[in-house]
Every structure is written in C-alpha cells, then in structure tokens.
Design a protein around this ligand. Sequence first.
Ligand SMILES: Cc1ncc(COP(=O)(O)O)c(C=O)c1O
Length: 592
Amino acid sequence: MYEKEMNREEWDINVAKELWGLNHSIRGSIITVDEEGYLVISLGEQKIRVKNLLEKHGFDVAYIRVLPLIERAIRTVYEAFTELAKVHGFKGSLQPVFPMKVNPIEVVIDAIWRYGEKYKWGFNTGSLGELELLSKYLEKGGRILIYDGVVSDSVMKILVRFKENGWRVIIDVESEHDLDILSKYPEFEIGLRIKPLFRPGGKWAHSAGLEGKFGLTVNTLVKLREEYKWIEERGRLLHIHPGSQIYKWSDMEAFINEVYNIFTQLQSHGFPSIEIVDLGGGLAYPYLDTRDGTIESPDYGLIEYFNHILKIFSRLEKHPTLVYEGGRYIVSAHRILVAKVVDIRPYSTEQAQSLRSAQVEDFLSNVRSIDDLKKLVNEYKKYIHKSKQVHQYTLEERELAEDVVSKVRDELLAKIYELVRNKPSQIESVINDPLLYKLVTSPSKRYILNFSIFADIPDSVLVNQYFQAVPAQRLNEKPDVLAVLGDLTCDSMGEINEYISHVKTPLEASDWFTKMDLRLMLIPGRRLKLGGVPLHLPIKGENYYIAILDTGAYQDPLAMKHNLIYGAPEIILDEKDGEVEVKIIEKNGKYL
Ligand SMILES: Cc1ncc(COP(=O)(O)O)c(C=O)c1O
C-alpha cells in the first residue's frame, strides 16, 4: 500500500500552489511552501514547517492557530475602508464589530481585543454565554457592544454592567417581547433589526427575506411604533444582515442598495435618530481564491464591497457611522487543522493480481479513440451491474469478479491516459461524458487521518462546506493518487470526497494525471471537481500529514463529539516584537 522507496518526480512549486489552493489573497503570504516543498508558516524572517511543528510536539493531530492572520485581516478591513472613504469623500466613520458566534473561543476573542485596540473593534453578541465570556473585558470599557439575541432580564442584568463600565451598548429589537423588557431600561439605545426583502443565493439564504428568523418586518415595526412611541427617539441603529457567505457580487450589491433604501426611508419616516447603519456580515471568504462566483469562490472582495457601500452612503447629506460585522472574513484563515495519515486503504477493488493482463489487453486492443472507449465502458457498466445482481458467488467467483472490475478499470484509465497524452484535445470527449469523467476523477485510495470531521470541521457535514486540503510535505513532487480522506468516526459521512482543482499554468498532458493511479487531476485553465484529493503515497515509516485550511470560522463552536473523538491540542503562533511566539495548549483529546 505504501511506496517502498522514494520514487519522486519533480513538480513545479508554482503549479503545486495552484493545485493546492495556496495562491491566496488573504493567507497566501503566510501559509506557503518553502524551496524543499514543505508547507510553511512564514512569519517575519521565520519559515516554520507545519510537519516539524507536529513532530516536535509529538502530535498526530493539532490545530495551528496563526494569530497574525487575524491581525492582518483586521488591518486590511480597516485600511480598505479608510482608503475608499477618502476616494468617495465619506465623512462618517467605520465601527467594526466581531460577531462572537463566528468564533467565541478565548484565544480568538483575546486576539480580536488586542489587535482591535487601535480601531476600537467592538463585539456583536447573541447569547448569555457570549456575554459572560466577554465579561473578562468588562472593566476595560470603551468599546461598542451590539446585542442581537433574545432579550431577557438575565441578559439585561449583564448589559447594565457593561454600560456602567463605559461600553456603548446597543440592543437590537426584534419583537414586542423585546420592547416590553426594554421599556424598563430607558437608559439603553436600541437597534432596529429589519428583515430585508431581498433573498440572496447560498446556503444561508433563509437568514434573509420576510420569512427569515431574525428581525422585524417593516409593517410590524410601524405597528409597534404606535404603542412604543419611544423607539423613535431611542432607535440609534439600523441592523440588517443578508446571511453568511454571499458569494455573488450582484446579490451583495442588491442587498447594500436595499439597506441604503431602508435607512433613508426610516430617517424620513419618523426615525431621525438612526445614525448608525449595521450592514451585518455576508462578505464572503474565498475558500478557493479563483473569483468564479461560486460558493467556495466569491466573484468580489473587500474592495468592491466597501467601494459600493461608501459610494452610495456618501450621497447623503449627513453621513452615518457604518458598522462592519463580518466574522468569517476575519478569522477563517487563522486555524489550520493538521492530521497524520494513519492508514491507507484501497478505495474500491484492488488491482487484480491473478488475472492475466493479456485478457484485458485483448479486450482493449481495438480501442483507438475515446468514442471506442465509451462503447466499451457501457459494456463494462452492464457487466458490473450484472455482477451486483448475483448473490450466490463462490469465493473464487467473487474474487474473479472483483479482479475483472479493477483490472478493466485500471486498463481503461491507462488507455485514456495514453489517448490524451497523444492527442490532448481528446480530453474534451472524456470530460463531456459523465461516465468517463467519473471514472477518470475517481479516487483510488482512502487515506485514514487521525481526525474527526464532526469534531474538527463540522461544517463539512452540516452544510457540505468546502475546505482546502493540502499535504504538509512533498509539494515539489507530482502527486501519486487521488484519495478520499476518511476520519476516525464510525460514520460514513466522516469523509472528504470532493476536491476542486483550478490550475492555470499550461502543462503537458502527461502532467494532468496523477503519477500512480493515472487519475485526471487538472486541465490547465479549467475548474474540475475531483472525487479525491491529489496526494503522495507515503513511504513506509514516513509521517505524512495533511493540512486542512481556513477552518477558523464557526468550526470551533459547532464541534461535535461523535464517537467521543474530540479535543485536539493547539499550537498557537503569535508575533511579539518581531519574534514568533509559540504556545501549546494540550487537550485530553480522544483521538488515536
Ligand atoms: C447578525 C449577524 N452578523 C454577522 C454575522 C457573521 O457573518 P459572516 O459569517 O458573513 O461573517 C452573522 C452570521 O451569520 C450574523 O447572523
């Protein structure tokens, strides 16, 4: 199963960066590759190898938290806003807040607090638990806190303390219940959380629209105003959230336009005290940075986002304060999950040993083109279907059937490789035929990793979230196989079996395929969905690690304890006075 010895084929690091998603506008300068093909974290003068970090501490699984990536994200947001404000002559200010739901763990909140000091980064909280955690900073005061959870007397008790300690506290109103409670606390400013009519696409589309879970419809607000007249005076903030990860610019643009419209309408219809506009989150994070307008890869970025907001809000006579409430954009890049490969299994039937290859070669001898091959594949498919109907095989017959299946599959793949290598344009017929496409992008291996998808990257099962997988070593070598990544849980959903390849560099057709199992892993200039991750076959005894990137948003708080596998140790990297500081948090993780 493992390679017996090093059988390396040199591979251009720039191609590796494209294949494994390391050319990235947010993390690309920090999470990168060194000259020897190791995945490194580059901070200041230091290049820290991910593999060395895990080996040094004896971890088979760990979260590496690169806190400077949070600092960079905060700074980038602030600077982009400030620059574009100058361009548009915008005189209002930016009030950034971090939505704690995105990652409320102490180390992250602490990083936001420290790095956000300069910009007075505030917080958006939605629960008693989040408020309790934030209480650590209560006495430091001086920041803004927007509360948008359900209001209760116990919540108000804590919020009173924040206010007494010099925080600016604004409480969102979403119902009559909230207003009843807030009537008892006249000292608090309130926010009007309004449902947008517009429903963008994406996995969180149901956050918006009239049926969305959050906020008031305008007609409810108008009705409530009759009874609770004071909201006109106390209403300071308009809050509208479009849902997370809005990946199409046209959707985001339409949302921003709607917020602008609601703001101007409310101001002229009895809510003149509203001076702050909170456009919620939604700024999409590029899990792939190819800008193709897919859920993994938004077709816009921070610049387009602020440019449009500032352009339209600067039309007003009096410019409001604008709240930036994105979280995904701020913390996604900072957490890398790294796990060691602990076992390698064949994905399906193994390569036949007993079958004479001449039999299959005869079978394929008349194939001269992909069209000939297609006919043959259909025959093959019928054969497989028929073989699945037979339940009374002897062991020998079963073995033979499996041998035939794998042998034919492998010979077909070799034939496709040969045909495409000789005439690269034939790849079109392969990828346009669903059966051949599936065959040629199917995995041959199942790598078992010391991790749990449910504990470490739960969104992979909850919302089919795409996370970039990348080997921590040998990035300067051509990959050997396509492999599914299986976790330690007993659950068949505990697998990563989709990979998006998007390589632009022109390459010879022979380099479009993996080295050992001859699977298609790229076509220059094309986006391809593969059935597995392009990986190397570890050499016996080699510690082969795989890093899963961009896991810093939502994954920590959503973690599950399936099979009681959870609690990875953490390696926290920070910068202090130009030096890299490494802190380890051991956890009694129940992995292998
Ligand atoms: C009110 C509110 N603000 C901000 C966010 C964070 O948005 P994002 O995930 O786009 O960073 C969310 C999450 O959906 C939210 O509900």
